[in-house]
Write a protein that binds this ligand. Structure first.
Ligand SMILES: Nc1nc2c(ncn2[C@@H]2O[C@H](COP(=O)(O)OP(=O)(O)OP(=O)(O)O)[C@@H](O)[C@H]2O)c(=O)[nH]1
Ligand SMILES: [Mg+2]
Length: 575
């Protein structure tokens, strides 16, 4: 119990003894410090030429005695604040300053991040007696966004902060504020962008913009976004300790619940950051996984998402329980299926194996279905592209369907197929599927294998891109890369620049011309005839599909009188 913490190396026995005696002192509970204890601390401090501090509990007992060096005191691990807790630590720090300095940045950081009841610095006079006293305590939410209040008193006797009533009143305020916030519903997030050697500032900024859209889609409230550019990532905390502290202070000020990093945190980084904060930590991959989890409708989709989440989580299941639950929790407590709190690695492993088997079966089911479809000989046109490019809207426009299309990322997860009839009774199957995104998480690609395999059958890929997005070229490149990773480089493809209605007249066509693409607007239907014409040529004129197949398919399908679409293509609803 009577251990002296911190920089004890080189202290004399008598000095250590004097420090140990500190544990026997008691302070009147409501007084920050007694004049006697203050004097004891400054005397030892002067003699050792080191800062000396005590952590007192609310009964006025000395819980920890800590020694630093002449300019700094490093506190021992006094335990972490609980996530979202409105409580303070129940400990106040009183320590000495040898150089007459007021409270330092570190003092304030300790106050805020460790949620200490208060932090006090006693100036040590040349004669070893206590001089001026500086005290800081946290503040409830206020319009100025101030986190703490500083007070200075000429002597210990003049200090008038009640060390028990003060923190109790604060805790009450915190509780009231957090109850108010909880009725507000949505979780509040600070986004952290990361630039560096491999990622220039402009790219990091664009990526942070995309992260904002992801966050919005996931249903979290973005209250702040900051960008950190450093040459190399910090192996432990990614962004560096100082920056992390700054962000944590900011998160307290803004009452944030979540930090979202625009990078993939390694398991050890995620664990380390979760352990130094009381916040929920998400990275870009988890945000995407969370959106997928919210969006999954079909049983297949749900299985695939759960697998992806568990695969991602598995290597991270090594932290302390509390940080673990914050890593595994997902947004609004929506973690993967069975993993709420009592996660244990073996159960997760078992579940992964089980899911993999079911998805394997799913994949072979689909193969059978697809084979049946292929036997009918209908050419398959698959719509692919960056998420939110307008793929589903295009499918709807071409086939007069009503597939869900909305201004959110990953609106579509499950593939949909429709028949689309071309002139001369030619017919194709057109499919819409899950959208892509830059750095699509590997675990998702693996889990969505069954869905993505549908693309293997495509005779033609319509690569839809949003012509009005300033990140157009980056998006096209990202999609091409994923297609290559899926082994689809050899499939004929046509680039479709969508949403040209959002551009000044002629600009979409110019962009398309430069890229050998077709300019369309799925909303205004502009350019659709040209699109169908190009598809027709690529599918048939280039000899991709044999005439025999085409005539066979044409004989089969007459359930409903075909309707006319621009360009002479017609549609048959297959439901
Ligand atoms: N102005 C304009 N908006 C469009 C056009 N096509 C689609 N949109 C809008 O873009 C948004 C996304 O459309 P979706 O069809 O859901 O996009 P998607 O590519 O299927 O997206 P995910 O399934 O989420 O990957 C919706 O708000 C559409 O209304 C277009 O030609 N012009
Ligand atoms: Mg869609």
């Amino acid at each position: 119990m009577e251990e002296i913490h911190g920089n004890t190396l080189g202290l004399k026995q008598s000095q250590l003894h004097a420090l140990r005696r500190t544990y026997r002192r008691r302070v009147d509970a409501s007084r920050v410090i007694s004049p006697e204890l203050a004097r004891h601390l400054t005397e030892v401090s002067r003699e050792t030429n080191r800062q000396v501090g005590v952590l007192l509990d609310r009964k006025g007992d000395v819980q920890w005695v800590v020694v630093g060096d002449a300019g700094k005191l490093t506190l021992p691990d006094v335990g972490r604040a609980r996530a979202g807790s409105h409580r303070l630590r129940g400990l106040r720090l009183v320590h000495t300053h040898l150089r007459g300095e007021p409270l330092t940045r570190d003092d304030h950081t300790d106050l805020a991040l460790l949620r200490l009841d208060s932090v006090t610095a006693l100036e040590v006079r040349e004669d070893g007696l206590p001089g001026k006293v500086h005290l800081a305590h946290l503040l409830p939410e206020n319009a100025q966004g101030a986190l703490w209040k500083d007070e200075t008193a000429p002597t210990v006797h003049d200090l008038d902060y009640d060390a028990v009533a003060g923190p109790l009143a604060l805790e009450e305020e915190f509780a009231r504020a957090s109850a108010l916030r909880r009725t507000g519903g949505r979780e509040r997030a600070i986004l952290v962008g990361v630039g560096g050697r491999g990622r220039p500032r402009a790219e990091a900024e664009a990526s942070l913009e995309e992260l904002k859209e992801l966050a919005r889609t996931a249903g979290v409230e973005v209250i702040d976004a900051m960008l950190q550019v450093r040459r190399d990532p910090d192996p432990r905390t990614l962004i560096g300790r100082g920056k992390l502290e700054e962000i944590l202070l900011r998160s307290m000020q803004l009452m944030a619940d979540i930090l979202v990093f625009d990078a993939d945190l390694s398991p050890s980084q995620a664990i380390h950051i979760a352990e130094t904060t009381s916040l929920k930590i998400l990275d870009r991959t988890q945000l995407i996984l969370d959106i997928f989890a919210q969006r999954a409708q079909s049983a297949d989709g749900k299985l695939q998402v759960e697998l992806a989440q568990l695969r991602y989580l598995y290597p991270r299941l090594v932290g302390r329980d509390d940080s673990l639950s914050r890593l595994a929790g997902g947004i609004g407590g929506r973690g993967p299926g069975e993993t709420k709190l009592e996660i244990d690695r073996r159960r997760v492993r078992d579940r992964i194996t089980q899911l993999e088997r079911r998805i394997e079966a799913l994949s072979s089911d689909r193969q059978v279905r697809r084979k049946r479809r292929n036997l009918r000989g209908l050419p398959v046109v698959s719509i692919v592209g960056y998420t939110n490019a307008g793929k589903s809207t295009l499918l709807n426009a071409l086939t007069e369907s009503e597939v869900l299309a909305e201004d959110k990322l990953f609106a579509t997860l499950d593939p949909t197929s429709r028949r689309l009839r071309f002139p001369r009774d030619r017919e194709v199957i057109i499919t819409d599927t899950v959208g892509f995104i830059r750095d699509l998480p590997e675990d998702l690609v693996t889990a969505f294998r069954a869905t993505l395999e549908e693309l293997d059958d495509a005779d033609l890929l319509l690569h839809v891109a949003d012509a009005a997005d300033p990140r157009l070229d980056g998006h096209v490149e990202a999609v091409e890369k994923i297609l290559a990773d899926l082994g689809l480089s050899g499939t004929p493809r046509l680039l479709v620049l969508n949403k040209v209605d959002r551009l000044p007249p002629g600009q979409g066509e110019a962009l398309a011309h430069a890229r050998g693409a077709v300019a369309v607007s799925a909303l205004s239907r502009q350019g659709l005839p040209e699109l169908l014409h190009r598809c027709d040529r690529m599918l048939w004129a280039d000899g991709k599909v044999s005439l025999a197949e085409v005539t066979r398919s044409a004989g089969e399908s007459q359930p409903e009188p075909p309707r006319l679409l621009p360009g002479g293509a017609t549609v048959i609803r297959t439901g």
